[in-house]
Design a binder for this molecule. Structure first.
Ligand SMILES: Nc1ncnc2c1ncn2[C@@H]1O[C@H](COP(=O)(O)OP(=O)(O)OP(=O)(O)O)[C@@H](O)[C@H]1O
Ligand SMILES: Cc1ncsc1CCO
Ligand SMILES: [Mg+2]
Length: 269
C-alpha cells in the first residue's frame, strides 16, 4: 500500500469527489446516503442521453447490473465510453451475474471493457472467473477464501483490481493482495450494502491514481464503520442508521488505527 485508507479519506473529505452511480432501483437511495455520510458527492445518472456527458465531468463512474434492463445497459455503455475518454476510473458490480443468460451476457460484455475495479461477493467473482459458483440470486453463497484464486485470475486477465467481499474481504490486483477483517454479520442482512460499497470504491478511486489502494480504502472504511455500528445494534433495523453515523464519524486517524488489513503477498508467480 502506498496510500493508507486514512490518507485517502482525508483527501476525499478535503475535496468530495463527484461519483456517477449507475446502480439498481433497490440501491439508489441507500448508496446515495452512504456516499454522503462517507464524505463524497453521489449522482445517480444513467440515461443514455446524458450518461456519457456526465461521466466526463464526474471523478469516477460505478456500474451495477442489479436491476438490469436495456435502458440501463445503454446508459452503461455510454457512461463507460465517457469515463474512458476522460481517463476516469470505473467500477463494476456484477450483481447476480451467474443467475441468467442475460446477466451472463451483459456482465461478460462489461468485463471486456476492463473495469478499473470489480467489486462483488464470492459467488459473483467465482462466476465471472469461469469457476463453479453456488450463487443463485443477489446474495453470496460461497466463502471468500474459495474465490481468491479466481479473483487473481480475473485481475490479471482484465488488468483490474478485484475486491471480493464477505465475512473477510480480499483485494488483489494480480500481484498484490490483502485480506480485511471487521464489519458485522448484520451487514448482509441489510440490502444494497455491497452495492453501496461499490459506489464508495468509485469515490476512493476518484481521489487516487492507484485503484488497489482505492479499493482497500473503501473496504476499510466499511469494515471499521460496520464494527462500530454493530456495537449497540439489536438487529438489522437498528444497524442501518448506526452504520450511516459510523461512516460519518470515521476519521482518517481512526481508519488507520482500527482497520485490520493483512498483506498476503506482494508478488506471486
Ligand atoms: N458475515 C459478515 N461479517 C462481517 N462483514 C460482512 C459479512 N458479510 C458481509 N460483510 C460486509 O458487508 C459488505 C457488503 O458485502 P457483501 O459481500 O454482503 O455484498 P453483496 O453480497 O454484494 O451485497 P448486496 O448485493 O446485497 O449489495 C462488505 O463490507 C463486507 O465486508
Ligand atoms: C435485492 C436486489 N435485487 C436486485 S439488486 C438488489 C440489491 C442487492 O444486490
Ligand atoms: Mg451485490
Amino acid at each position: 500500500m502506498t496510500r493508507t485508507p486514512g490518507y485517502l479519506l482525508a483527501a476525499l473529505r478535503a475535496e468530495p469527489p463527484l461519483v456517477q452511480c449507475i446502480t439498481n432501483y433497490v440501491a439508489m437511495n441507500i448508496a446515495a446516503n452512504v456516499l454522503l455520510a462517507a464524505g463524497a458527492s453521489p449522482a445517480m445518472v444513467s440515461d443514455a442521453d446524458e450518461a456519457e456527458e456526465f461521466a466526463r465531468i464526474a471523478g469516477a463512474l460505478t456500474v451495477n447490473i442489479g436491476t438490469l434492463s436495456e435502458p440501463f445497459v445503454e446508459g452503461m455503455r455510454a457512461a463507460i465510453a465517457g469515463a474512458e475518454a476522460a481517463g476516469r476510473p470505473w467500477v463494476l458490480d456484477p450483481v447476480a451475474c451467474q443467475a441468467t443468460a442475460y446477466r451472463r451476457r451483459i456482465s461478460a460484455e462489461l468485463l471486456a471493457l476492463h473495469p478499473t475495479i470489480i467489486r462483488g461477493n464470492a459467488s459473483e467473482i467465482l462466476a465471472l472467473a469461469g469457476e463453479v459458483s453456488r450463487g443463485r440470486g443477489v446474495d453470496g453463497r460461497d466463502s471468500v477464501a474459495v474465490a481468491e484464486d479466481g479473483a487473481r485470475l480475473l485481475a490479471r486477465k482484465h488488468s483490474s483490481v478485484v475486491a471480493v467481499t464477505g465475512a473477510v474481504d480480499f483485494v488483489t490486483d494480480g500481484t498484490r493482495a490483502v485480506r480485511l477483517e471487521g464489519g458485522s454479520p448484520l451487514m448482509p442482512m441489510n440490502t444494497a450494502m455491497g452495492c453501496s460499497l461499490t459506489c464508495l470504491c468509485g469515490a476512493y478511486a476518484a481521489v487516487t491514481g492507484d485503484p488497489f489502494d482505492a479499493a482497500v480504502g473503501a473496504l476499510a472504511h466499511f469494515a471499521v464503520a460496520g464494527s462500530l455500528a454493530h456495537e449497540g445494534s439489536t438487529g438489522p433495523g437498528s444497524f442501518a442508521p448506526r452504520f450511516l453515523d459510523a461512516l460519518h464519524a470515521a476519521t482518517p486517524e481512526r481508519l488507520d488505527a482500527e482497520a485490520s488489513i493483512h498483506t498476503i503477498e506482494e508478488v506471486r508467480a
